[in-house]
Write a new protein. Structure first.
Lengths: 496, 226
């Protein structure tokens, strides 16, 4: 089997006029829907950032805006989470997935206008869902707070994405199926099964704990299965593209994909460690999360071997810097996920801020950084100009890197401290409710204070990114045809 | 070689295997659970939730109480829940037979509420969790009762009214610093009252066999439920 890809060879070889025209035609067909997905995703990223900051403020200032039920902490937190997942992450992922699929399958996207309608419908679903949660019609299960009919709207909108994605795949040019395509096809199939299957059970079956198990499996599946597939598929595209070499080992990639597909679906129920769940289910999920380290190791090895000799690109190329950050976070978050699955650790961290921190670790430093990298690569090819300012990209990178890093480290520490404090609180004289509460709060509040600062920093980075994106939409970038916007010029003539 | 059928089949099969092995298998085990009948005391546990308690449960979910409060008591090998007097025994799947398990909760920013309503004994250290006056005042402004509380005020579940004639029997007995003024009173809405009724109904102390049975009943922390 050939281990090279047509796509990656092209970047190094002198590209024929014909290929360039073909790519231009493909990009013209994907332009409207992909930009619509990106614009919406960045919009929701800002909205959820603002809501998240308000939620963090309310922890320190619980009387702030407390006269209004629509803005109570218990409602805005699920709004923040759902907009982060279904607003930012899903829409960024769909856009990236469709664009890369069209490029790799070398097919023009048919009827892009219909897909733009799908984007609009998805946005309508998000708005309605947000209002429902704020109005107090949440279902209460984590990441499933939208009422069922809202998931119906999202499902219809999503089916357009899936059908279009599969159409691209089915009509692809004959030849080798690139590894990114495997991950994207997986993501396109798994998402509706996760969403559909779960929504037919939760709130419908009327069978208490069974619903809790399904909801936990779903929440983790969104992160470990679906988002991971989208992000890993994107890195498999971006790294070889920018480096100008095919991925190091196709066999590693293949084994990595299949072990991932087999093990990732079984994880998730350890979110309820120690809870009223039959013990075997949690054990199965723990074992699966340990086995999940196999694909993580294989994929990580493959990235590093592909990048070998070109690590300087992490310094020069924005796309590679973001993707590399995401790839490292991918490894770290999975190791952390497995370690915290062990019962000895889970007993301390269950139901604490640690769980929040771990979820955000999946979504922000891993998934989001990869998506930022993909956007920095894709958007210039769609709008026809290069990013205006390397400094803007630099600010976005460092604000995100430090912000995500500090925010999550503090949440994880807050959770661990909270879990460790339970022994001290347990020995306390329970009659004094004041000091019991204070003992409990002081375990995590200092960390949350730091987290608020980190969040403001993150928001700053995302605002810069959004501004930069708007400039690109207005075609106020640098003229295309010049070198792509880099952090520093590359000396040895490698063309990112 | 045609990789397409293999790819699609593999993607489907790996997902289906996990679905059946995890979700379907769990369903077959849990759907078989039945309430326990205590013929000695002529009681059935758990009971379905209905009426004002159900309205309260809906309010609990609508206002996102489960973001910060769990309803899980872990066994002593997996945490200090019992030492913290959150219940006499661990909770098991049967406790939630008729429950909307969104109430299991996500976080423990505040205390666990699995057995809030079980604190009926006069000497129970958490007696306040079964005291309607305390609960209402705490919902209105937690910091009136717990100095450092980070719980939001649920002022929107209360109504500030001009006193017309006699004071309402429901009116909160507020301390001087929160007094709404001489002619005004703060009255809980139906939603607040339902929420309190729900919290007071939370009692998972019944000595289920799989949770230790009679041993749990004899545990020192157990507050006998009426």
């Amino acid at each position: 089997m050939s281990v090279t890809s047509n796509e990656t060879q092209k970047t190094t070889a002198a590209q024929s006029q014909e290929d360039a025209i073909e790519r231009a035609l493909i990009d013209a067909s994907t332009k409207a829907p992909v930009l619509a997905f990106f614009a919406s995703s960045i919009f929701w990223l800002l909205v959820q950032g603002a809501i998240g900051t308000l939620a963090s403020l309310k922890i320190f200032w619980p009387d702030f805006l407390s006269g209004c039920g629509w803005l109570t902490y218990g409602r805005i937190v699920p709004v923040r989470d759902n907009l982060l997942i279904y607003g930012w992450a899903a829409m960024a992922g769909f856009g990236t997935c469709l664009w890369i699929l069209a490029r790799l399958c070398r097919v023009r996207l048919p009827r892009p206008a219909t897909l733009v309608a799908g984007v609009a419908l998805w946005n309508i679903g998000l708005i309605v869902g947000t209002l429902e949660i704020l109005a107090g019609n949440s279902r209460g299960f984590q990441y499933l707070e939208f009422p069922p009919y809202v998931f119906g709207i999202l499902f219809v909108a999503y089916s357009l994405v899936a059908v279009w994605g599969v159409l691209l795949f089915v009509n692809r040019r004959p030849g080798h199926v690139y590894i990114s395509v495997w991950y994207f096809i997986g993501a396109l199939f798994w998402f509706p099964w996760l969403v559909g299957g779960t929504n037919l059970i939760v709130g419908v079956s009327g069978n208490g704990i069974f619903e809790a198990i399904t909801a936990a499996w779903y929440a983790q599946g969104l992160l470990t299965l679906w988002m991971t597939a989208l992000a890993v598929g994107s890195i498999y595209y971006l790294v070889p593209k920018v480096v100008g070499r095919p991925i190091h080992s196709y066999n590693l990639a293949s084994v990595g994909f299949w072990t991932f597909a087999i093990f990732a679906v079984w994880t998730g129920v350890q979110r309820l460690t120690g809870g009223p769940i039959p013990a075997w289910i949690i054990t199965v999920s723990i074992v699966a999360s340990i086995l999940l380290l196999i694909p993580v190791a294989l994929v990580t090895a493959n990235y590093f071997l592909t990048l070998r000799g070109d690590f300087n690109l992490v310094y020069h190329s924005p796309t590679i810097r973001f993707a590399f950050f995401g790839a490292v976070a991918y490894t770290v978050v999975h190791v952390l996920f497995t370690v915290s699955s062990f019962r000895s650790v889970g007993d301390v961290t269950a139901s604490t801020w640690f769980a929040t921190g771990l979820d955000q670790f999946f979504i922000l430093p891993f998934y989001s950084m990869v998506m930022f990298g993909a956007m920095y690569y894709i958007i210039p090819r769609l709008v026809g100009c290069e990013w205006l300012s390397a400094s803007f990209i630099k600010m976005h990178f460092w604000a995100s890197a430090y912000g995500f890093g500090f925010s999550i480290a503090l949440l994880l520490m807050a959770g661990y401290s909270q879990g460790a404090q339970q022994a001290i609180v347990a020995q306390h004289d329970l009659v004094n409710v004041h000091s019991e509460a204070s003992l409990w709060y002081e375990a995590y509040m200092p960390f949350l204070r730091g987290n608020l600062g980190a969040q403001l920093f993150i928001c700053f980075g995302q605002v810069i990114f959004a501004l930069h994106f708007v400039l690109m939409l207005l075609r106020l970038g640098r003229p295309s045809g010049a070198q792509p916007t880099l952090f520093a010029p590359i000396q040895e003539g490698t063309k990112p | 070689m045609k990789p397409t059928p293999l790819l699609i089949t593999g993607i489907f099969a790996s997902f289906a295997a996990a679905w059946f092995g995890l979700i379907f298998a769990a369903q077959t085990q849990i759907v078989a659970l039945q309430p326990e009948v205590d013929s000695e005391n002529d009681t059935v546990y758990p009971r379905n939730i209905a009426g004002i308690t159900e309205q309260g449960r809906q309010a609990y979910i609508a206002n996102g109480c489960n973001q910060c409060h769990t309803q899980i008591v872990r066994d002593p090998h997996h945490g200090r829940d019992i030492a913290r007097n959150w219940g006499p025994r661990r909770t098991v799947p049967r406790d939630y037979l008729y429950d909307n398990t969104a109430t299991l909760g996500i976080h423990r920013v505040g205390p666990d509420l699995s057995n809030a309503g079980a604190n009926t004994a006069e000497d129970s250290p958490r007696k306040y969790l079964n005291d309607p006056e305390w609960l209402l005042l705490h919902l209105y402004n937690p910091r009136l009762l717990v100095r450092d509380s980070v719980m939001p005020s649920y002022r929107y579940l209360f109504e500030k009214r001009k006193i017309a004639g006699q004071r309402s029997v429901d009116a909160l007995k507020l301390p001087a610093e929160a007094d709404p003024g001489p002619d005004y009173e703060i009255v809980p809405t139906d939603e607040a009252k339902a929420l309190v009724a729900y919290l007071r109904s939370l009692d998972r102390t019944f000595p289920l066999k799989e949770a230790g049975g009679a041993a749990a009943k004899a545990a020192p922390a157990a507050a006998p439920a009426q």
